[in-house]
Design a protein. Sequence first.
Length: 497
Amino acid sequence: MAKPILDDQLAAEYAGLFASLVIRPERRDEVQRVADRLLRPANRKQYETVEAATSVPWFVVAIIHNLEADMAFSAHLHNGDPLTARTVHEPAGLPKKAPASGGAYSWVESAIDALAYDGLDTWTKWTVPGIAYALERYNGFGYRTRFPFVKSPYLWGFSNVYTRGKFIRDGVFSPDAVSQQCGGMTLLSALMDEDDIAQRLGFQPPPDSDEVAKPTPFLPVDGSVVEFPDNPPRFPGKYLMEKTGDKVSVTRLQKRLADMGASPGAPTGVFDTPTKYAVQLFQARSVDLDGAPLEIDGIVGPMTWGALFGPLSIESEWVKPRVVIKKAEKTLASAVLDVASEQIGVREIPPNSNCGAQVEAFLASVGLDRGNPWCMSFVYWCFAQAAQSLGVPNRVPQTGLVRGAWKQAQALTTGVRVVTARDAQVDPSLVVPGMVFFLGFSGNTGHAGIVADNINGKLVTIEGNTNQDGVRDGGGVFRRVGRKVTDPTVLGFAAFG
């Protein structure tokens, strides 16, 4: 099949998708953190240096940098391989020229080579459709040509445009896999608040308006249309499950379930076993506000509540403006997430060695030598950096032992809030961003990391000494999605500060 060209029809498709793009509510904070990192003066200066050499807009360079290398300036823009040698993965053997310094490649020279390799240095259509086409061409047209029902997550991940379906490795597609990466056009939409970017793309700031657009009614999987109430009850803030929940909220839930054809019987205000079964029936028949299947667990968190009562009933893109945290208002939790995010992309050198300059810095922070497991050391180091920046105490136990740190955390009485595994099972909403999670495995081993988000009991985490599959002795720092609050390996969670 011939490679797609950017004709009027394709340009109109890109423009229409971008105009309708909404960042998924549960991903909004994560996308904003990526955008904030991109806009840091030191980072922007690097991108602008590449723009001067290639004519590729600096913010497009930054978007590709996030997609290919998690914004690590120690990695090739071609594919995220280390700058210490030519690329190994596809495209391999680049740059063809030796490094100018005779040692490792500089990030700038590698970035210039990567953009020239893909012809972006001669591309001139830097409009919204032109950027979308350039990004899709950079990643490849496999989705468009082989699986056209999936909008490429490389462009649209974390937005309403993309739901599921992903190449899990070269040439292997899974219809059920979900990309855990912020798409390039999604990130561009978050950057449109920057006047210079918006103006370069020909956008004018929207007129002030207090009106909130009402979204399209939710479509259950059976194809029927559900009209949401105009003034729905707000999500009560705590998960509703069997034997828990206030009477008013449970009564509203029971009445709504009956309206949706999943009646638990006469409303009693008590979350009993019939109510749990009714919730599971509704979850099995329905999808969430983004069109993804609900988890059939009989627990009513914000996703299930939103599916029942509509987007105006939950904290979402439709009703909650973005909150900018001023420096003076910054908490240790938000600061540690910023620090941890900066480390995404750190890898062991050589692989599977528990060594490398940054890994050894993590280990040294708790008094350990190179070669030791370092997941807990990574946690301590991140909190130490964040606490120092805010001038507050770091109460994370200074140890590289996961089970030892968990035991010490439980004994602390000042500035620490502990949530046990049992507490989290009863009320998963107790687990919040910035907490440390502790896992226990056989043989007295364990694993720890930092909670970046809690989405209806599913955790987004930043972890060291792991990999994309979540092993406890992997080779780098990764952002992961998939751990559950109720996982049987969970020892507990702790908020420090």
